[in-house]
Design a protein around this ligand. Sequence first.
Ligand SMILES: [Zn+2]
Length: 89
Amino acid sequence: MPKQKQAPKKNILFGEDSRKSSAKLIYMIMTQTVCCPYCGERFESNIDVSAGNEDYFEDCQACCRPVRFNTHISPNGELIRVEIRRDDE
Ligand SMILES: [Zn+2]
């Protein structure tokens, strides 16, 4: 009579694999309070400092007009300054 092979302990291997696949995600988001150049209302904007210098539009949370953001990020990921402008300037 041939000896029966022992089944591999799949449950333990699966546990190790699932732990390895959960990669650590690092976000570098800074919340900056800005003043709307159209209506003067203050609102908070989330700036992704890990993306470097950026030029983009974000709608004002009060009047919904497009506010132009110009972010200046230092090489080590620090927010130096944010320029806020109207689209029509
Ligand atoms: Zn506004």
